[in-house]
Design a protein around this ligand. Structure first.
Ligand SMILES: C[S@@+](CC[C@H](N)C(=O)[O-])C[C@H]1O[C@@H](n2cnc3c(N)ncnc32)[C@H](O)[C@@H]1O
Length: 390
């Protein structure tokens, strides 16, 4: 593909990303994969270049752009070489017309940028939300003897964490195939550390998804004790078993929950868990480095629904903790309404709980918990609170 044809391809992808943001369609990475499935002529260098261009344009636009072309023109405003490729030649985008719409720059749609600012995320903190994320891995202590760590890593602050440059193809390494390493952001590793899971304990991962954090808990527990992974999403939860097998985490049990009837399925666990992790569904404002188009999918009512689910999950999780046990609440959001405000409301409404923010090697206090941010900690954005049942 010529450089100009790559720009046109990125514009076509952006059109699909914009439509998907409006209609709750697939995420950008799936759109990119789909786009190339029917365009076999594009080589791997073309694909990488087109993908990179599309993501740069997504990051450059604050509000949802009108079209893919308007998004690309925003990027081209500050990039003369890119603008020169709008030349109307074969497979190239046509030259910009006078008065043609150009998307607005910014961190996020205005209302959302204002919410973040109210939560103390503005300026450099906000800009860092859109930087390219590094590639972090966690050495799986259940399997670490099986294969060497691939070269090129730097140690992170997480006890078993290492960092690679973003373009590293870690999934092709022997260590990955052998289950000796897991791809996991440092912030996510620290959220698991906050649980303080010990060998032999009974631990519940209430929102386990495909088990990213469950596997870290299993390693912290040295593969012993009881570890129950729950979720309401059958497809996600079903991805856990093969991952657990690869990681050598044989003690994990899974439990598919029926939304609204979680308490029924978990009745036998009341007041039995040493620790419950609630990695709650949230807006994901802390993970825009990886999914920058996610900021175009939020609105006020969606945020309100997240807050309701978070409050409910806190109540459900709290009932499972034994006296003296820990309840750890995590969101990958930097909005106070999904973090400190939820914990403050829970503590105000519930007796017998004490906030005990975990001692982590990164982060800053925020409300009754700890906040991690890309700018301050080099991690995805997280809020992590630990409560003890007294
Ligand atoms: C942030 S994700 C979890 C990510 C996962 N812990 C990991 O580390 O990869 C939140 C999860 O909560 C699940 N969820 C939503 N509502 C739930 C509910 N009522 N009970 C349990 N899980 C729920 C979603 O299906 C989603 O997988």
């Amino acid at each position: 593909m010529t450089p100009a044809a790559r720009v046109q391809a990125a514009i076509e992808i952006l059109d699909r990303v914009v439509a998907a943001a409006r209609d709750n369609g697939p995420p950008a990475d799936r759109i990119v994969t789909e786009y190339f499935r029917t365009r076999r002529f594009a080589g791997s260098k073309d694909r990488r270049a087109v993908r990179e261009l599309a993501y740069r344009a997504i990051r450059a636009c604050g509000p949802v752009p009108e079209t893919g072309r308007a998004a690309m023109l925003r990027l081209a405003r500050d990039d003369a070489a890119l603008l020169s490729l709008f030349d109307g030649s074969r497979h190239a985008p046509g030259p910009p017309a006078d008065g043609e719409p150009v998307a607005d720059a910014g961190i996020a749609p205005r209302w959302l940028a204002a919410r973040l600012a109210k939560s103390g995320i503005g300026g450099a903190e906000a800009a860092a939300l859109l930087e390219r994320a590094p590639l972090d891995v966690r050495v799986n202590t259940l399997r670490e003897a099986v294969a060497d760590l691939p070269e090129g890593a730097e140690k992170t602050v997480a006890p078993h964490g290492w960092r690679y440059p973003p373009e590293t193809r870690i999934e092709q390494s022997e260590a990955f195939a052998a289950g000796a390493i897991e791809v996991q952001d440092t912030g996510s590793q620290l959220a698991c550390l906050a649980v303080g899971a010990q060998p032999g304990e009974a631990v519940i991962d209430l929102c386990a998804g495909a088990g990213g954090k469950t596997l870290a808990l299993a390693a912290a527990m040295a593969g012993t004790g009881t570890l129950l992974a729950c979720d309401t999403d059958r497809a996600r939860l079903s991805r856990l078993a093969p991952r657990a097998a690869r990681a050598g985490a044989t003690m994990i049990e899974t439990l598919l929950l029926d939304p609204g009837r979680e308490r029924v399925a978990l009745a036998g666990w009341r007041e039995r868990a040493d620790a419950v992790l609630i990695d709650a569904p949230c807006s994901g404002t802390g993970t825009w480095r990886r999914n920058p188009e996610a900021r175009w999918r939020l609105d006020d009512s969606r945020l309100g629904r997240f807050a309701d689910v978070q409050a409910r999950l806190l109540e459900i999780g709290a009932e499972l903790v034994r006296p003296g046990g820990r309840l750890v609440y995590v969101t990958c959001s930097l909005l106070d309404e999904e973090g400190p405000d939820r914990i403050a409301a829970f503590l105000a409404a519930s007796e017998g709980w004490r906030a005990e923010p975990p001692a982590l090697p990164a982060g800053r206090d925020r409300g009754d918990g700890i906040r991690l941010t890309p700018a301050h900690d080099g991690t995805d954005g997280f809020f992590i609170a630990r409560l003890t049942r007294v």
